[in-house]
Write a protein that binds this ligand. Structure first.
Ligand SMILES: [Zn+2]
Length: 120
Protein backbone atom coordinates (compact mmCIF):
# COMPACT_ATOMS: atom_id res chain seq x y z
CA UNK A 1 0.00 0.00 0.00
CA UNK A 2 1.21 3.46 -0.86
CA UNK A 3 2.36 5.60 2.06
CA UNK A 4 0.54 8.91 2.34
CA UNK A 5 2.69 11.97 2.91
CA UNK A 6 1.88 14.92 5.15
CA UNK A 7 1.08 18.05 3.11
CA UNK A 8 3.14 20.12 5.51
CA UNK A 9 6.27 18.13 6.37
CA UNK A 10 6.08 15.24 3.89
CA UNK A 11 6.33 12.80 6.76
CA UNK A 12 4.29 9.59 6.60
CA UNK A 13 0.63 9.94 7.54
CA UNK A 14 -0.82 7.12 9.58
CA UNK A 15 -4.45 6.43 10.30
CA UNK A 16 -7.60 7.15 8.35
CA UNK A 17 -7.31 7.27 4.58
CA UNK A 18 -8.64 10.84 4.43
CA UNK A 19 -5.98 12.22 6.78
CA UNK A 20 -3.74 14.76 5.08
CA UNK A 21 -1.39 15.70 7.93
CA UNK A 22 0.72 13.71 10.32
CA UNK A 23 -0.43 15.73 13.32
CA UNK A 24 -2.34 18.82 14.47
CA UNK A 25 0.75 21.04 14.45
CA UNK A 26 1.32 20.32 10.76
CA UNK A 27 -2.34 20.87 9.93
CA UNK A 28 -2.33 24.18 11.80
CA UNK A 29 0.84 25.53 10.27
CA UNK A 30 -0.34 24.54 6.78
CA UNK A 31 -3.69 26.28 7.26
CA UNK A 32 -2.08 29.33 8.84
CA UNK A 33 0.20 29.75 5.87
CA UNK A 34 -2.71 29.53 3.44
CA UNK A 35 -4.53 32.15 5.46
CA UNK A 36 -1.48 34.43 5.53
CA UNK A 37 -0.99 34.12 1.78
CA UNK A 38 -4.53 35.17 0.99
CA UNK A 39 -4.37 38.02 3.53
CA UNK A 40 -1.22 39.26 1.82
CA UNK A 41 -2.97 39.32 -1.55
CA UNK A 42 -5.86 41.31 -0.10
CA UNK A 43 -3.48 43.69 1.67
CA UNK A 44 -1.46 44.29 -1.49
CA UNK A 45 -4.56 45.08 -3.56
CA UNK A 46 -5.99 47.33 -0.85
CA UNK A 47 -2.72 49.23 -0.60
CA UNK A 48 -2.76 49.92 -4.34
CA UNK A 49 -6.43 50.94 -4.30
CA UNK A 50 -5.75 53.42 -1.50
CA UNK A 51 -2.71 54.68 -3.35
CA UNK A 52 -4.71 55.13 -6.56
CA UNK A 53 -7.43 56.96 -4.68
CA UNK A 54 -4.89 59.25 -2.97
CA UNK A 55 -3.30 60.11 -6.33
CA UNK A 56 -6.65 61.07 -7.87
CA UNK A 57 -7.61 63.02 -4.75
CA UNK A 58 -4.30 64.92 -4.71
CA UNK A 59 -4.52 65.73 -8.42
CA UNK A 60 -8.12 66.87 -8.32
CA UNK A 61 -7.96 68.89 -5.11
CA UNK A 62 -10.99 71.21 -5.20
CA UNK A 63 -11.57 70.93 -8.93
CA UNK A 64 -14.67 69.22 -10.27
CA UNK A 65 -12.75 67.65 -13.13
CA UNK A 66 -9.26 67.67 -14.48
CA UNK A 67 -7.34 66.46 -17.51
CA UNK A 68 -4.11 64.65 -16.85
CA UNK A 69 -1.87 62.61 -19.09
CA UNK A 70 -0.99 59.00 -18.54
CA UNK A 71 2.72 59.65 -17.94
CA UNK A 72 1.91 61.86 -15.00
CA UNK A 73 -0.43 59.27 -13.49
CA UNK A 74 2.08 56.48 -13.93
CA UNK A 75 4.95 58.54 -12.57
CA UNK A 76 2.92 59.09 -9.40
CA UNK A 77 2.55 55.32 -9.03
CA UNK A 78 -0.97 54.97 -10.35
CA UNK A 79 -1.82 51.41 -11.40
CA UNK A 80 -4.65 51.09 -13.96
CA UNK A 81 -5.16 47.44 -12.99
CA UNK A 82 -6.85 48.38 -9.75
CA UNK A 83 -10.20 50.11 -9.54
CA UNK A 84 -13.29 49.41 -7.47
CA UNK A 85 -15.96 49.57 -10.16
CA UNK A 86 -16.76 51.06 -13.53
CA UNK A 87 -19.62 53.04 -14.93
CA UNK A 88 -20.98 53.07 -18.46
CA UNK A 89 -22.62 56.38 -19.25
CA UNK A 90 -25.53 56.92 -21.61
CA UNK A 91 -22.97 58.32 -24.06
CA UNK A 92 -21.25 54.95 -24.11
CA UNK A 93 -18.19 56.07 -22.18
CA UNK A 94 -16.74 53.88 -19.46
CA UNK A 95 -15.45 55.62 -16.36
CA UNK A 96 -13.29 53.62 -14.01
CA UNK A 97 -13.74 54.36 -10.35
CA UNK A 98 -11.47 54.10 -7.34
CA UNK A 99 -14.00 54.60 -4.58
CA UNK A 100 -15.51 58.06 -5.19
CA UNK A 101 -12.91 59.15 -7.76
CA UNK A 102 -13.30 58.26 -11.39
CA UNK A 103 -11.24 58.52 -14.53
CA UNK A 104 -12.17 58.36 -18.16
CA UNK A 105 -9.54 57.33 -20.70
CA UNK A 106 -9.53 59.78 -23.62
CA UNK A 107 -7.48 60.09 -26.79
CA UNK A 108 -3.74 60.73 -26.76
CA UNK A 109 -3.14 59.14 -23.37
CA UNK A 110 -5.23 61.80 -21.68
CA UNK A 111 -7.48 61.04 -18.74
CA UNK A 112 -10.37 63.00 -17.38
CA UNK A 113 -10.54 62.77 -13.61
CA UNK A 114 -13.79 63.38 -11.79
CA UNK A 115 -15.15 63.05 -8.31
CA UNK A 116 -18.20 60.86 -7.78
CA UNK A 117 -20.59 59.71 -10.42
CA UNK A 118 -23.17 62.42 -9.83
CA UNK A 119 -20.93 64.76 -11.78
CA UNK A 120 -21.03 62.67 -14.94
ZN1 LIG B 1 3.64 16.63 9.15
Amino acid sequence: MEIKRCLECSGPVKGRSDKRFCNDACRNSFNNRLQTDSSNVVRKINRQLYKNRKILLDLLKEEKMLMVNEDRLLSLGFDMEYHTHDLLTSKGQTYFFVYEYGYLPLENQQYLIVKNKNLI
